[in-house]
Design a protein around this ligand. Sequence first.
Ligand code: NDP
Ligand code: OXD
Length: 311
Amino acid sequence: MRLIINSGGARAIDDWRSNFQAFAPELEVAGWHEDVDPASVDYALVWEPDPGRLATFPNLKLIISAGAGVDHILADPQWPRHVPIARMITARTQTEMAEFVLTSALMLTRDIKRAVDNQARRHWEFFDAARIAAELRVGIMGLGHLGAASAQLLARVGFQVSGWSRGNSRLEGLPTYAGQAQFGAFLAATDILVCLLPATDSTRGILNAATLSRLPRGACLINAGRGSHMVEQDVLAALDSGQLSQAVLDVFEEEPLPPESALWSHPGIIVTPHCAAIPDRKERARHTAFLIGAHERGEALPNLYDTRRGY
Ligand code: NDP
Ligand code: OXD
């Protein structure tokens, strides 16, 4: 059985091989750019595969996304529609994201960016940012694996948490809002807006001027979903006008974020390099081995991309 991998580049392949040796020693692991017979490839573990390449493997049984999102695969106009796509969602992905959102929310609560910027200038400025979690309302857009885990952790720390989805997701013990009809009420009751939506046609550009204008003045934004959710100019304008006071941005339309981007130097923005929830290779090899084993045994696989839902 052969698994071809496009994740982490050629330098990562030895590490992938030693991890798969531990979890699935029977697998032949090939790097994306190695010369293999396309007909010998059974499984592909990929992040941003070059367009057209997946379609060249005639016996491909399963595509495994190296991340939770699948937009980087759907961007290939020729991805083989008859092959299922499994999403990389592990308990560790959920913990990493929940802790990233909690860290971000606490930094925003205490205006830590201001102290860090002052330190870079050796400038001592007392400022009063003594807000506590219990005084702030966090609204989470997207209540799937990552949104729900983040909501529960933030609630345990004391934040007032609510969530918004299309209406199929619930949060145990926490208020939820559903669909366009309740979007305005959700935003109006949110001091820190967290975006953990998938990238689909209906979520593209959802963090735009109209959405941001419905938040209370001075609200904060955390975007760890996708860069395509954000209209960057609208986020910058909202920060400049004071409609938003601060933002933590982990994902961008163009990655790496280009050096000339205004987002880098805006005093209200913390930029992180798309690192919110990236389980290490050991964890992803373990999960991939589990998926391949389950598929070979004819068992149902968890978290497959659903063409009907679009995510
Ligand atoms: P899930 O598939 O588990 O859940 C998606 C959620 O989004 C559901 O609650 C769904 O609601 C909601 N949703 C989908 N479309 C809409 C819409 N049009 N309007 C309102 N709600 C909508 O997703 P995950 O939690 O696993 O992952 C979310 C995203 O996080 C990924 O797709 C990826 O883009 C991003 N991500 C970012 C990482 C990073 O490091 N920055 C790491 C991993 C993931 P409903 O159930 O009602 O349909
Ligand atoms: C993912 C990501 O989708 O890393 O997992 O963004």
